[in-house]
Design a protein around this ligand. Structure first.
Ligand SMILES: Cc1cc2nc3c(=O)[nH]c(=O)nc-3n(C[C@H](O)[C@H](O)[C@H](O)COP(=O)(O)O)c2cc1C
Ligand code: SF4
Ligand code: SF4
Ligand code: SF4
Length: 636
């Protein structure tokens, strides 16, 4: 069936609502990559098999990631006249118990994460309650999502459908307001009005640089050419970052709708999604969504009967971090080596095959349908003066609530780490947070009150980047961190510029010397002057931001560099060459656990007597520390 009118769209919406809120019990399993990695597929299969065996009438469906990755596998239960309940850490063994409880109308309280009493349809600005009358007694004690510190401060726009819809159901996407913005644009708005609304919203590119999206669209629109292209950058190569993957896996249609609206605004007839090969599930969900959108007349010829022609192809990334840079990405789509080139000309004037090309990030595109649906003014009220809207972050590292969060711009780092992230595990102390991926900066505890926006992060020596947030505790060596990131960028440099190719290598060598006890007076200054050259004369953003982790760690943790160089000491006791192991005879119980695991036979002793560690034999692998329950092994 082809959607040609608002009536058709409303008909699809009704169908989608029936599957979102069915009469029978519905059990949804979070099956994005993060869920699958913890066993969601086994849970999904066990639910289907067990329900079939018992002839229990339940609907088992899949959904994307709702963000609480540290509690996965996540299972959500939607039943008539009850709040929606989320269960965490569900495994196949828990399935029979869960089904028993469902059939008896009980709640398996020990696995409950939280409940939702209502569901917001953000694209429309409407809400729907899960029950009309009084809340059933057995769910009253369960904390609602608004009370969970992980969710309380979040506002989901780009990720609004992840964890709510089946990504393969276009009807469910439509039921949550999907494709209504496209209809509005095609029937009611001139391209210039669309661009005006995006400009008014203040949306800035979420791929890293934060360029104003409306302005970019305007330049692309004004570029004169019979052929124009739209590109979605889904290369996402930052270590630890998976915001874009989650959107593509959980809600691929929002990206498609954003791109079709963008194509209408700039006058493009062809689009590409450049998605990294390492994201097979995202590619699969996108392929299904594109096929469905074509079947329904939302892609291809004469979209929604408006006369607009536009289609999207997927281009798989070549597996290099630098291919995320827009000019390298376009070279890669064209089948050439993925190397950056000089700008100008910018892609908006001369991009793919020399034609005007508008390139935006996945999250940028995902915001577009909501901005059009609710209006640029509505969006611009969220966030700070210069940074509007929300930002999706993947919070990883030494943090309790690892996961994917979407928060309003302007939230402080402290709120992100302590409230949303739930603080540092094992009672350790917060030390720093790295924002902006490998080319971002490490922000110390003293700046935790910093509001997260493009300008404030830049002032602190970091960048917003695409949204990776790595939290570090007091057991992290900042020199070692700088060495890791510069080493990553050295590997990923395309090698075209001498400054980036040789500069990152030299900086990594100096950092290696420092962490291995060969640091000398003047190394910090040498790092600083090398950083200035690499920043200033490199061709693309990889080189010009590569020194950020080194510079920010020198700026905020200079004493750690000096301890390594002058005292040959690693204060965090991470750098192997600078630490020594010994056994505290007072604390040792003689349990022999360390002796058993030591690969070098460096520990000797009799049962129930204090053991001895031979430093000459010790290779400082740390295995003994891991197994010593009374903490008798001292690293100094
Ligand atoms: C080395 C390097 C890697 C990049 N990787 C990505 C990426 O993975 N995804 C992305 O959207 N932008 C990435 N960018 C930024 C893009 O060049 C470009 O600015 C972005 O896709 C524009 O979209 P936006 O305006 O929506 O942010 C990268 C830039 C550099 C310098
Ligand atoms: S700065 Fe680095 S990655 Fe960018 S073009 Fe030059 S060598 Fe290649
Ligand atoms: S594991 Fe710890 S307590 Fe046990 S023998 Fe080794 S040092 Fe002693
Ligand atoms: S650090 Fe490794 S090599 Fe050294 S004593 Fe412990 S287990 Fe043995």
């Amino acid at each position: 069936m082809r959607i040609q009118s608002l009536k058709n769209l409303e008909g699809m919406k009704k169908k989608g609502l029936r599957s979102l809120y069915p009469d029978e019990t519905k059990v949804m399993v979070g099956m994005a990559t993060c869920g699958l990695a913890t066993g969601a597929k086994e849970v999904f299969e066990a639910l289907k098999k067990e329900a079939e065996k018992r002839k229990q009438k339940i609907l088992v469906t899949k959904t994307g990631c709702i963000g609480f990755c540290s509690r996965e596998p996540l299972v959500d239960v939607v039943q008539k006249e009850r709040p929606r309940i989320t269960y965490g850490e569900v495994d196949a063994k828990k399935v029979p118990g869960l089904l028993d409880d469902l059939s008896e109308g009980k709640v398996s309280k020990e696995w409950v994460v939280g409940k939702m009493t209502e569901d917001e349809c953000l694209a429309e600005g409407s809400k729907r309650r899960y029950f009309e009358g009084e809340e059933p007694e057995e769910t009253r004690e369960i904390p609602s999502y608004d009370e969970l510190s992980f969710y309380k401060k979040q506002k989901k726009i780009a990720t609004r459908n992840c964890g709510f819809i089946d990504p393969e159901s276009i009807e469910e996407y439509i039921a949550r307001g999907g494709y209504f913005s496209l209809h509005k644009v095609l029937t009611d708005m001139e391209p210039e009005q669309v661009i005006g609304d995006i400009k008014k919203s203040g949306l800035r590119g979420r791929g890293g640089a934060g360029f104003p999206t409306g302005l970019k669209w305007e330049i692309s629109r004004k570029s004169r050419s019979g052929t124009k292209y739209i590109v979605c950058n889904a290369d996402e190569g930052d270590p630890g970052a998976y915001m874009d993957r989650s959107i593509l896996e959980g809600d691929p249609h929002t990206v498609l709708e954003g791109m079709i609206i963008g194509a209408y605004a700039i006058g493009a007839s062809e689009g590409y999604i450049y998605c990294r090969t390492e994201y097979p599930l995202a590619i699969e969900e996108l392929s299904i969504a594109i096929k469905k959108a074509r079947e329904y007349g939302l892609l291809g010829k004469n979209i929604m009967g408006s006369g607009m022609d536009f289609d999207i192809k997927i281009s798989e990334g070549a597996g290099a971090f630098v291919c995320g840079e827009e000019t390298a990405l376009m070279a890669s789509i064209e089948g050439k080596t993925g190397e950056p080139r000089m700008r100008p000309p910018f892609p908006s004037e001369s991009g793919l095959w020399g034609k005007p090309t508008n390139i935006n990030n996945v999250e940028t595109w995902a915001n577009v349908p909501v901005i059009i649906g609710r209006g640029g003014d509505w969006y611009s009220k969220i966030g700070t003066k210069e940074s509007k809207g929300t930002k999706v972050f993947s919070i990883v590292g030494k943090i309790n609530n690892t996961g994917l969060v979407e928060v309003p711009m302007g939230i402080t780092l402290k709120e992100l780490v302590e409230d949303v992230g739930g603080g540092i595990p094992n009672n350790r102390e917060f030390k720093a947070v790295q924002t902006g991926g490998p080319s971002g900066g490490c922000i110390p505890k003293s700046l935790l009150q910093l509001p997260v926006d493009y300008e404030e992060l830049a002032k602190a020596g970091s960048i917003m980047g695409s949204g990776g947030l790595i939290v570090m505790d007091d057991e992290t060596c900042m020199v070692d961190v700088a060495k890791y990131f510069i080493g990553f960028l050295e590997d990923e440099s395309c090698g075209k510029c001498l400054s980036c190719r040789e500069g990152t290598e030299r900086m990594r060598e100096i950092l290696e010397d420092i962490t291995e006890g060969r640091g000398k007076e003047g190394d910090i200054e040498l790092l600083e002057s090398l950083a200035a050259v690499v920043k200033d004369v490199s061709l693309c953003g990889l080189g010009s931001t590569a020194p950020n982790p080194v510079l920010s760690t020198i700026q905020y943790f200079r004493d750690e560099y000096e301890a390594h160089i002058k005292e040959k000491r690693c204060p965090a006791r991470v750098c192997r060459a600078l630490v020594q192991y010994r056994i505290d005879p007072e604390a040792c119980t003689g349990c022999r656990a360390c002796l058993t695991v030591c690969p070098e036979g460096a520990i000797t002793g009799e049962r129930k007597k204090a053991h001895v560690l031979d430093r000459k034999k010790c290779i400082k692998c740390g295995a003994c520390v891991e197994v010593c329950k009374p903490d008798a092994i001292i690293v100094e």
